[in-house]
Design a protein around this ligand. Structure first.
Ligand SMILES: Cc1cc2nc3c(=O)[nH]c(=O)nc-3n(C[C@H](O)[C@H](O)[C@H](O)COP(=O)(O)OP(=O)(O)OC[C@H]3O[C@@H](n4cnc5c(N)ncnc54)[C@H](O)[C@@H]3O)c2cc1C
Length: 231
């Protein structure tokens, strides 16, 4: 049983991402068929990016749905995975608490707000130890992992493979990079976005909190970074 911090790895992204989006964009506005558009594609990267940016700005989002990316995520709490799986255009394969016995114990995430308070941190860790003992007792008594997990906390770590298209990634960033989102999911989504931006720097202007995209904050409890909607 140990305290863990999240790990995110990009395991798949198309290496011809710009060509795929450009072909989708040009096909919509060209007398040629999609095959000819792709076969005769320009090698001028800036020309391709210029059209792509214009099309995204106009909200013609089907063109970026063709780009699928996949991440491996380790040491994410069950609380955060529960938030992530609410996004309906993402695909998930998550470590099973039914089939995996957590090696008799379990690893967990400590929220920084608790870590910062030594007296509460001690109580937090003690509680985790007690839960761990009870979890092991249940397993040793023949209770299946699928039932013993009923006592595992939201802080228990999980691991998952996550796939989503570029449109959904931008939406995810818009919602989950906002300071109204919980710190853990915010940090994980930030790592996902940073890995994509490392490969495709031009996407940095899209992989942002919704306030940056909108130019104003639509939250009731604004962090104050950007002016409120009616401010
Ligand atoms: C700060 C924050 C606090 C939250 N608090 C709570 C909470 O207290 N309780 C709670 O239950 N949830 C909460 N959520 C989750 C939230 O309600 C959404 O379920 C989650 O953010 C997924 O967002 P989404 O539906 O926009 O995105 P996705 O599921 O990723 O879908 C993307 C977009 O596709 C479209 N779409 C998808 N499915 C449908 C559909 N069935 N019908 C019409 N359009 C669809 C919508 O335009 C949607 O925005 C919170 C989320 C955030 C960011």
């Amino acid at each position: 049983m140990a305290k863990k911090s999240s790990q995110v790895t990009l395991i798949s992204i198309p290496n011809n991402l710009i060509d795929v989006i450009y072909t989708a964009c040009r096909t919509c506005y060209s007398a040629d068929g999609a095959v000819e558009v792709y076969n005769n594609i320009t090698s001028d990267r800036e020309k391709k990016l210029s059209l792509i940016k214009k099309v995204i700005k106009s909200g013609h989002y089907s063109t970026i749905e063709h780009i699928q990316v996949t991440f491996a995520i380790n040491n994410i709490s069950r609380a955060a995975t529960h938030q992530l799986v609410r996004h309906r255009h993402m695909s998930f394969s998550q470590k099973s608490q039914r089939y995996v016995k957590e090696k008799g114990e379990f690893d967990y995430i400590i929220p920084p707000a608790i870590e910062d308070k030594p007296e509460l941190l001690e109580k937090f860790n003690k509680h985790m130890e007690e839960v761990s003992k009870l979890y092991c007792e249940f397993l040793n008594s023949g209770i299946k992992a699928e039932d013993a997990r009923a006592i595992l906390p939201n802080a228990t770590t999980s691991s998952m493979v996550v796939s989503l298209n570029l449109r959904e990634l931008i939406h995810l960033a818009n919602l989950r990079l906002c300071t109204r989102a919980q710190l853990e999911i915010r940090q994980i989504v930030k790592k996902m976005c940073d890995l994509i931006i490392e490969k495709e720097p031009w996407l940095s202007e899209h992989l942002v909190s919704k306030c940056i995209r909108l130019g104003y904050c639509d939250e009731d409890n604004s962090c104050g970074k950007v002016k409120p909607k009616n401010g």
